[in-house]
Design a protein around this ligand. Structure first.
Ligand SMILES: Nc1ncnc2c1ncn2[C@@H]1O[C@H](COP(=O)(O)OP(=O)(O)OP(=O)(O)O)[C@@H](O)[C@H]1O
Length: 289
């Protein structure tokens, strides 16, 4: 099994800080899986993304200890430009992703691939293809600075998808979006999942993590405290202890268990909770032990 990214005992301090933002972190990300990263505020989620994407150490200096292996080679030994093609990054604020130097959405979508040495005709075809895929064809003549938050987010995804990055790091993509924009973003994530991309997604909306991710990584106080299958992690009562978000369905399951009701399995999605109730016959579901 290929081990795409592996962090071994990683500790990192941003410049001029006394306390490490990452402290003895161990975790791994395999090819083709979707990973959700959750954890309380300031637990180190964005810093972990910065590291995986190579912004640490190439953009942020500071002190980095331990090993960050990407395809078996330490991040410090990678060529920065090559790494930025291999691993795409969709930032938390869609407006910061827009370069500000391109006059049209068409050029903005091509911003990453224009440095890849792709022939012009092929590049144009690629941009058109990606704009179709993300349903932004009607925006291509527009100035990127005039887009709404949801439109900006689509354009950011388009420029990353055009580069055909194998790994895509997505940091809280929906924090500035309304429910419609959030739905659009998860449709794109589903497309990327079907294209077997490796996705590392920070998202506070844990119900969406429950629905789309294969594995979940939990961070607390700068370190990874849990990593495992989505069900194993999101159904664990240890999430309360770490201040991590917990799906509504799992909270209900834990409350029922505490009240002495016997459950085969803690549900983590509303669909699972409904299924559990349906299978066990409505009002008779929560039998006492
Ligand atoms: N550029 C920086 N310079 C110094 N300290 C930083 C920098 N960026 C983050 N930190 C600190 O690193 C710690 C982890 O921050 P980080 O943003 O990685 O957490 P997070 O889990 O993503 O938080 P949130 O959920 O609030 O976005 C925090 O204490 C934060 O103040």
């Amino acid at each position: 099994m290929s081990e795409y990214i592996e962090l071994k005992n990683v500790t990192y301090n941003y410049p001029l800080t006394k306390r490490p933002s990452l402290d003895s972190v161990n975790c791994h990300f395999e090819e083709g899986k979707v990973y959700g990263i959750i954890g309380e505020n300031a637990s180190g989620k964005t810093t972990l993304c910065n590291l995986v994407r190579g912004l640490i150490p190439f953009f942020y200096n500071g002190e980095l200890e331990g090993e960050v292996l990407i395809d078996g080679k330490d991040v410090r030994e990678w060529d920065e430009a090559e790494l930025s093609v291999k691993i795409g990054y969709v930032f938390q604020n869609p407006f910061t992703q827009i370069s500000g130097v391109k006059d049209t959405v068409f050029e903005e979508v091509g911003i990453g691939i224009e440095n890849l040495g792709m022939p012009k005709e092929e590049m144009i075809q690629k941009i058109i293809e990606v704009c179709r895929l993300l349903k932004i064809e009607e925006l291509i003549q527009k100035n990127p600075l005039e887009l709404s938050g949801g439109q900006c987010q689509r354009v950011s995804f388009a420029s990353i998808i055009a580069m055909d990055s194998k790994i895509i790091v997505i940091d809280e993509p929906t924090s500035q979006l309304d429910p419609e924009g959030t739905k659009d973003v998860f449709e794109i994530i589903q497309l990327l999942k079907e294209a077997h991309k490796t996705i590392i997604l920070v998202e506070h909306k844990v119900d969406l993590i429950a629905k789309y991710c294969d594995e979940v990584v939990v961070m607390s106080k700068g370190t990874v405290v849990m990593q495992g299958s989505t069900h194993e992690v999101l159904s664990s009562d240890r999430l309360f202890e770490y201040g991590a978000p917990i799906p509504q369905a799992a909270i209900l399951g834990h409350r029922m268990t505490e009240a002495g009701k016997r459950l085969d399995r803690i549900p983590i999605t509303n669909e699972e909770a409904v299924e559990l109730i349906r299978k066990r016959g409505g009002n008779e579901v929560w039998q006492s032990n």
